[in-house]
Write a protein that binds this ligand. Structure first.
Ligand SMILES: Cc1cc2nc3c(=O)[nH]c(=O)nc-3n(C[C@H](O)[C@H](O)[C@H](O)COP(=O)(O)O)c2cc1C
Length: 187
């Protein structure tokens, strides 16, 4: 199977990254091909708003998003992860989301999905407790669903400022495993 892992945090040893690795480990038996994308290290330019992708499924901008989008399209499972920065996902994560627009077709304003039932999960970390900033995850989930994904779980982790905090958070680790077992049943 093909897994795409997307890291929206610059902290490669941060909590979100650890949760992505935990999720990937759940698929060890499936001998997965894993393509990892660290968004802060790759070149994803802004969407130009030209709507060329509505007529033909391609983006006029040539940068690292071409490979990332192709991998997403060919994937069996995508793990999206981002910290909450200023009530939202990180800027690099939002740039990527905008550049996923070629997953939609149709006239501007009346979009159609080019893909359906793609499998994914979303992981969001934040400094505050998880009762706060829930809107960030909600909007990211809604956008990702609009691209034709079935979101198997949105896992939030609070109190995530300290690196390594994840190791003491049994509840969030269990949640990751539960979401992955739901995905495995549908493979
Ligand atoms: C620029 C910036 C903005 C942030 N904004 C928020 C925020 O709005 N709400 C929140 O709970 N935490 C906020 N945080 C804390 C991060 O969400 C937290 O450090 C991050 O989730 C840690 O995850 P990581 O270990 O995966 O990088 C912010 C941190 C930074 C650096």
């Amino acid at each position: 199977m093909k897994i795409v892992a997307i890291y929206g945090s610059s902290r490669k040893n941060g909590n979100g990254a650890a949760l992505v690795e935990r999720a990937i480990n759940n698929f060890a038996d499936k001998n997965p091909e894993v393509n990892r994308y660290y968004l802060s290290e790759i070149d994803i330019k802004s969407c130009m708003g030209c709507f060329a992708c509505r007529k033909k499924e391609m983006c006029v901008r040539k940068d690292d998003m071409s490979n990332l989008l192709q991998d997403i399209i060919e994937s069996d499972f995508v793990i999206f992860s981002s910290p909450v920065y200023m009530y939202d996902a990180t800027g690099s994560f939002r740039l990527m989301i905008n550049r996923m627009y070629p997953m939609l077709g149709g006239e501007p304003g009346k979009y159609t999905k080019r893909y359906t039932h793609k499998k994914c999960m979303i992981i969001m970390t934040q400094g505050a407790p998880t009762i706060m900033f829930r809107g960030a995850g909600r909007i990211i989930k809604r956008i990702i669903k609009s691209f034709g994904f079935d979101v198997f779980g949105l896992v939030r982790m609070g109190f995530a400022n300290e690196r390594g905090a994840v190791e003491k958070n049994e509840r969030v680790l269990r949640k990751i495993d539960n979401v992955c077992s739901k995905v495995i049943k549908k493979l």
